[in-house]
Design a protein around this ligand. Structure first.
Ligand code: ATP
Ligand code: MG
Length: 265
């Protein structure tokens, strides 16, 4: 990569400089960067845009609206907010500013949908989980299993029953925890049920903010999960804060009060 390309890609990758090289067609030697790997722990906004130090302009009403919705979650009034608007209009920035205002002690789960992974079921959940439970590829299977067990116990779920499913989701290759043969759609349905239950269980310990970024790229199983959660969120200490370039997803249905729409146009 040339340095300019690397700048546009932001902090999405790790690089190593190979020094200046003469290139055909260019008068001056150019620095060449080798891509050493992705930095998947970052979400799109922090990878590409968070370097902007410009103060937030003209969004105080929207931030206040989001904060007032957030406060209701403490009284078990579940909230769903969909921020929609064109690319670059400031959806993620609004999310970030709101998140910064609600304090550090709050449980925040971030799900980043990706245009490159629309065919990978539950990709945003897999990424979020690997990060939150601290799974990295170099760990031994025993270490990974211990973390998966801990995660299930945290939500009060039956470890023996669900561990094979979690191993399948996170590609923990433990021979003793192989999932019994089943059709792919049955496995996906079971995963949706497990993840939805786990999410609702977590909200019993205190308010949870779930940020779902870039719903326009959501994979169908992740959307099923979201729809499942929306159906149970009415009396939960939880807020789903989603960003979307498209105006509305007709499959979304919220029990009780309808969702809040903030069109950031
Ligand atoms: N109200 C604002 N005040 C100052 N800067 C802003 C504001 N809104 C957005 N920006 C800046 O504009 C850029 C684009 O914003 P942002 O990434 O939030 O857009 P987006 O709607 O999430 O775009 P995308 O659909 O591509 O995700 C960022 O650098 C952000 O910091
Ligand atoms: Mg964004």
């Amino acid at each position: 990569m040339a340095p300019l390309t690397a700048r546009l890609a932001g902090r999405s990758f790790r690089y190593k400089s190979l020094g200046k090289r003469p290139l055909r067609g260019l008068a001056e030697p150019l620095e060449v960067l080798q891509v050493k790997g992705t930095r998947s722990s970052l979400n799109r906004f922090t990878a590409l845009r968070a370097r902007s130090t410009a103060p937030l302009v003209g969004r105080s009403e929207e931030v206040e609206l989001l904060l007032s919705r957030w406060r209701r979650t403490a009284d078990s009034e579940g909230q769903v907010v969909l921020l929609s608007g064109d690319a670059g209009i400031g959806k993620s920035r609004l999310v970030q500013s709101t998140r910064d205002r609600i304090g550090a002690e709050v449980a925040v789960l971030r799900y980043q949908c990706s245009p490159l992974h629309q065919d990978t079921a539950l990709f945003p959940v897999i990424q979020q989980l690997m990060k939150s439970i601290g799974l990295v590829s170099e760990q031994s299977i025993a270490d990974k299993l211990a973390k998966a067990r801990q995660w299930l116990q945290m939500g009060g779920l039956d470890v023996a029953e669900y561990l094979p499913l979690v191993c399948h989701l996170l590609q923990i290759k433990s021979p003793e925890h192989r999932l019994p043969d089943a059709a792919p759609h049955q496995i996906r349905d079971r995963l949706v049920a497990l993840l939805s239950t786990q999410f609702m269980n977590l909200t019993k310990f205190g308010p949870v903010l779930a940020i779902v970024e870039d719903v326009q790229w959501i994979d169908p199983t992740m959307e099923n999960l979201l729809i499942d959660v929306l159906g149970s969120i009415e009396h939960a200490q939880a807020m789903i804060l989603a960003t979307n370039r498209d105006a509305f997803s007709p499959r979304w249905h919220v029990a009780g009060t309808p969702p809040t729409f903030v069109s950031s146009g």
